[in-house]
Design a protein around this ligand. Structure first.
Ligand code: PBG
Length: 328
């Protein structure tokens, strides 16, 4: 055979040719945009470490809902920033909690039917100590209690579903929370509300900017006793298996870019719909490079999202959702 018979470059010759043989696609409907809802009116406070991302009062959040719907974005993920916090994170499961009120406001506008409204379920934005559960403190030593935290998280899930969440998404990493939430949802008459489990959530430095955004940094210690060790892929598979057994409807993998191998392995093993969360630190580090002119914003952003899809994620939670949707 004459060299070279196979020329892979033949299929790269024009954009039309490349488009025809493209294996992975991005579309706005597979993007989910996070919103940070705070108290007040007319509030639109930019998060210093996350250019273009804001804390929004409910009236401002409603404008974002509309903007996202008209861009064809698939869904929203709601986080709350309450004015007051306490030891038990009671704002997370209060009927008039900030996200509960936000959900009702969104639903009252006849909520854009094209958007799925997802509520994050955790205590860390609502606890005075910033941990994701109930803290038992004894001098220097502290423990984040599992079972008592799960009871409150289940209450939060039911309360968010009652307020109108289309999906609840627990991000706390307590053991047994999915089963407890399924029971609490069913008892609240919310048998049809799916659970999107952050089944595989690592203890990550890439959450740093989010903790500015949500004012949820732990006041002492860290999250390593409940979030997973960054080194463990097999353990991630066990977490996922467990959540499926407990009744999870969908999976969320987090962070994304430093854990693409974990996403791929989960895709190979499990058939549930699966998303990945391109977290705050991934967004911030790209923006830092954009600001310096070191990386080209549009291409870099789309390539980062494509990589996550290629690794096997069906949908992506990303702070780039609006920017990307405008280009797609
Ligand atoms: C709450 C929660 C966190 C994120 C999503 N849900 C923070 C954390 O676990 O510390 C991080 C999201 C991001 O970094 O964009 N538990």
């Amino acid at each position: 055979m004459e060299f070279p018979a196979t020329r892979l470059r033949r299929l790269r010759s024009t954009e039309a040719m490349r488009s025809l043989v493209r294996e992975t696609h991005l579309h706005p409907g597979a993007l989910i945009y996070p919103l940070f809802i705070c108290e007040g009116e007319g509030v639109r406070r930019e998060i210093s470490s996350m250019p273009g991302v804001f804390n929004l009062s409910i009236d401002e959040a409603l404008k974002e809902v509309e903007a996202c719907a008209s861009l064809g974005i698939g869904g929203l993920l709601l986080f709350g920033i309450p004015d007051e916090k306490d030891e038990l994170g009671s704002g997370a499961y209060a009927t008039d909690g900030i996200v509960q009120r936000g959900l009702r406001a969104i639903k009252a506008t006849g909520d854009p039917k094209s958007l799925v409204v997802i509520a994050d379920v955790c205590l860390c934005e609502y606890t005075s100590h910033g941990h994701c559960g109930i803290v038992n403190r004894d001098g220097e030593h502290f423990e984040v209690e599992n079972d008592s935290s799960v009871a409150l998280l289940a209450k939060a899930a039911a309360s968010l579903a009652e307020a109108g969440a289309d999906i609840v998404a627990p991000s706390d990493m307590m053991d047994g929370r999915i089963a407890a939430m399924r029971t609490a949802l069913d008892e609240a008459g919310k048998q049809s509300t799916p659970i999107l489990s952050y089944a595989s959530k690592f203890s990550s430095a890439f959450y740093g900017p989010f903790r500015d955004a949500a004012d949820s940094a732990p006041q002492f210690g860290d999250r390593r006793t409940y979030q997973m060790d960054a080194a463990n892929l097999r353990e991630a598979m066990r977490e996922i298996e467990q959540d499926i057994v407990e009744g999870a409807d969908m999976l969320l993998m987090k962070p994304a870019m430093p854990y693409l191998d974990v996403i791929r392995e989960a895709r190979n093993r499990f058939d549930l719909p699966m998303g990945a969360y391109q977290v705050s630190g991934e967004y911030s580090m790209l923006h830092a490079a954009f600001q310096r002119g070191w990386l080209e914003p549009e291409r870099t952003m789309l390539e980062s999202l494509l990589g996550i899809r290629r690794a096997g994620a069906d949908f992506i939670v990303t702070y780039f959702a609006k920017d990307a949707a405008k280009l797609l």
